[in-house]
Design a protein around this ligand. Structure first.
Ligand code: AQP
Length: 358
């Protein structure tokens, strides 16, 4: 019996311009995790056709997300950067998981309810099965850790449920094939679990795990929000960033001096949290500095900071996007390396389920 290697997997959909929420909630943490883990970062193009089938320039969007990964500091030589549709194991394992997961589990997913809206019968089957494909993305690499924003928490719980059910349903066959693995313990003092797939740990921690819309502090910042003023895109220039911060919704009161004073003020809370995350400083420190000041003083400081942090990434993205051949080579190489890991998992899964292969 072997132990499982700690491994990070996460993905981003090529569904539009990346925004500050994607950067602070996900990509910036992808960069940090490179120092401590083996990482796979994926442009999840199969997911992008679940809500909208036909895209004007899916290939261009895929290159643009890849450019953002690289510009933010992800190293595609030390780690693996690829697009999902290159590795057929994602769809193959998702099919097996469609048969492991229950329809009731999918029907409970908040994201499905939000994206399907009132006309659920008309949503694609792919949108309903989205979390099953996401579980396959992660478990195809038997990833142990997944950095995501807070909105993905429920999907990661479902990934854990799928791993546990697969391990239980096929326990005897996994054992008979000698494929039982010591899985990392849930808590430092707990005994290690056993099975084939790890019960993945979500990494949803630190500042800005849920960046809110600049126009409505109760809605998350999102690529698909029809108002471009609701988000800061990684492609925005300094002028656009300043304009969006200036126009961000606020309330008439001055900033409080302590975090307690942000309760019931979602827009103020959001802007202060963004500032703290961009500066890498605690909220308390930001409020100690700006407490008592009006938004007219705080907003220009926030805009300057956002430009300072984001403009080097934007510039590097533009430079990389001018060389699509290089991006395609990165994705091809990453796809081959990801494919080798995926193939080994799919061989095991096929044996476990009982499909004839080889
Ligand atoms: N507002 C956010 N704050 C913090 N993290 C966020 N993420 C998304 N929005 C925020 C995180 O970014 C990663 C990539 O997200 P995605 O592109 O796969 O899909 P999403 O979560 O559905 O993001 P969007 O921007 O809201 O896209 P649309 O509008 O297409 O649905 C994930 O880790 C996510 O948690």
């Amino acid at each position: 019996m072997s132990a499982i290697t700690p491994r990070v997997f996460s993905g981003v959909q090529p569904t539009g311009n990346l925004h500050l929420g994607n950067y602070l909630g996900a990509i910036r943490r992808f960069v940090t995790l490179q120092e401590s883990h083996d990482c796979l970062y994926c442009v999840v193009d199969l997911h992008s056709i679940t809500a909208q089938l036909v895209h004007e320039d899916l290939a261009g969007q895929t290159r643009s997300i890849t450019a953002a990964f690289l510009a933010a500091g992800i190293d595609p030589k030390r780690h693996i950067v690829f697009n999902q549709s290159r590795v057929s194991g994602h769809a193959e394992l998702a099919w097996v998981f469609n048969c492991v997961a229950r329809i009731g589990w999918m029907n409970r997913m908040t994201q499905f309810k939000e994206k399907a809206g009132k006309d659920r019968e008309n949503a694609s089957l792919g949108l309903l099965a989205y979390p099953s494909l996401m579980a396959a993305d992660i478990l195809l690499y038997r990833a142990t850790h997944v950095p995501v924003g807070d909105d993905q928490k429920q999907h990661l719980e479902l990934t854990r449920d799928i791993a546990v059910k697969f391990n239980n349903d096929f326990a005897a066959r996994i054992e008979a094939l000698g494929l039982t693995t010591d899985l990392p313990a849930e808590a430092p003092d707990a005994a290690p679990a056993r099975g084939y797939f790890p019960v993945t740990q979500p990494l949803i921690e630190g500042a800005a795990t849920r960046v809110m819309s600049l126009k409505d502090g109760s809605k998350k910042m999102s690529k698909s929000d029809p108002s471009d003023l609701s988000r800061i895109n990684l492609t925005d220039d300094a002028e656009a960033i300043s304009r969006k911060v200036r126009k961000a919704k606020t309330d008439p009161d001055a900033l409080p001096s302590e975090a307690e004073g942000l309760k019931g003020r979602p827009e103020a809370d959001n802007l202060v949290s963004i500032y703290a995350a961009l500066a890498g400083r605690p909220v308390a420190e930001i409020l100690a500095e700006f407490g008592g000041q009006q938004f007219s003083a705080f907003k220009p400081a926030l805009a300057d900071l956002a430009v300072h942090v984001l403009s080097p990434i934007t510039e590097e993205m533009r430079r990389l996007e001018a060389d699509p051949g290089h991006i395609d080579a990165v994705l091809k190489d990453g796809g081959e390396r990801a494919g080798a890991i995926a193939e080994a998992t799919m061989r095991d899964v096929k044996s476990i389920v009982g499909f004839l292969h080889g």
